[in-house]
Design a binder for this molecule. Structure first.
Ligand SMILES: Nc1ncnc2c1ncn2[C@@H]1O[C@H](COP(=O)(O)OP(=O)(O)O)[C@@H](O)[C@H]1O
Ligand SMILES: [Mg+2]
Length: 349
């Protein structure tokens, strides 16, 4: 277990951590959530001795962290840290030199470096210059460099920042596999979808303090602490299963309830969201996407009640077929009209 006890830290006279008692259990993926400036990076940097507390203590596996050179070297073997920006972490010219930098420095063999290169599919890249790699490849090099030390704990600071969908999936897979292999993760993020995909314990930080902890993401709490809202307001467009399904420009289609699933199937629609449908649909809308949710008619009130709690555009399209023609609505003026007419639950906070 990694633990902080009444941890305080300031940059100059700016107090950034204010009595943080944080715990990350072995074998688990603990997610640190919070808006920009909450203090996540600063807290993480205490977990492997990159920063020294002004007050309070850090404990790793029941041993209090000390800050002499030898103790720090031991900690770095046990706790690896993946920086938010790989450019801040890559120090050697070539991939191989960078991956073995840690073990060499610690006078360890390169056994785990070789394994890590293979595991991260970097074979053939060994002599490539790091500065010629893409962002995703650099991130793999950094992770390989961490695995080369065979640490028990892996800290990741915003590992999905700047990744596209493909990169995101591979990060999720890496975390899941390494967790199966017994590694413990502490990961900071403000990406709720990613947090949900890998997290087992969620710790919310705000203004230098831990403000909430739970075993699942509570969207109301996440919302309260400003997670991934930005200025982008997504849309949740809900259609009961028994009316015409409009052809609107959506990022995701979801179906909630058996009747809605049957309807989607009949229409040949590619349903992207299949489990925890309502939660995930709202989550995606909160993140700025447009989601079309086909919903068994009797569940409409539940959807409406939940959706109204979030800062999203919420529309119910239940009068579509009388608003326009019996054909599907295209993305034209008529379609927009139909959306307006049907918007019985429009909710703009
Ligand atoms: N090196 C630094 N010097 C001065 N202030 C800093 C430094 N790093 C971070 N801060 C400030 O500390 C606060 C917490 O930052 P950080 O730990 O990076 O938060 P988060 O990772 O949650 O965005 C912010 O107000 C930030 O501006
Ligand atoms: Mg940060």
């Amino acid at each position: 277990m990694i633990e902080t006890r009444d941890l305080w830290f300031s940059y100059g006279d700016r107090e950034v951590l204010k009595g943080v008692n944080f715990k990350a259990n072995r074998g688990k993926v603990t997610i640190l959530l919070g808006r920009n400036g909450a203090g996540k990076t600063t807290l993480l940097m205490h977990l492997n001795g990159l920063l020294k507390p002004a007050r309070g203590e850090v404990w790793i596996d029941g041993i209090k962290v000390k800050y002499d050179r030898k103790s720090l070297l031991e900690i770095r073997k046990k706790v690896g840290f993946v920086f938010q920006n790989p450019d801040d972490q890559i120090i050697a010219p070539t991939v191989w030199q960078d991956v073995v930098f840690g073990p060499k420095n610690a006078e360890m063999s390169d056994k785990f470096a070789k394994k890590a290169i293979k595991y991260l599919e970097l074979e053939g890249y060994e002599n490539r210059l790091c500065n010629s790699l893409s962002g995703g490849e650099k991130r793999r090099v950094v992770i390989a460099g961490i695995l080369a030390m065979n640490p028990d704990y892996i800290i990741m600071d915003e590992p999905t920042a700047g990744l596209d969908g493909f990169g995101l999936r591979s990060v999720v897979e890496i975390i899941e596999e390494l967790k199966e292999g017994g590694k413990t993760f502490v990961i900071s993020t403000h990406d709720l979808d990613f947090a949900k995909a890998v997290g087992e314990r969620f710790v919310y930080m705000d203004c230098g303090k831990i403000v909430h902890e739970s075993d699942r993401i509570d969207l109301t709490i996440a919302n309260r602490y400003g997670l991934r809202m930005g200025n982008v307001r997504g849309r949740l467009v809900v259609v009961p299963h028994n009316v015409e399904i409009p052809e609107i420009d959506t990022d995701f289609i979801a179906a909630m309830g058996i009747k809605a699933k049957e309807r989607a199937f009949k229409e040949g629609l590619d349903v992207d969201i299949v489990d925890a449908v309502l939660e995930r649909s709202i989550l995606r809308a909160v993140e700025g996407h447009t989601v079309l949710l086909i919903c068994s008619a009797e569940m409409m009130s539940v959807v409406e009640r939940e959706a109204k709690k979030f800062p999203i555009f919420f529309e119910v399209l239940d009068k579509v077929s009388c608003g326009v023609s019996s054909n599907k609505i295209g993305r034209d003026d008529k379609g927009v009209e139909a959306i307006k007419h049907g918007a019985s639950g429009a909710c703009i906070h």
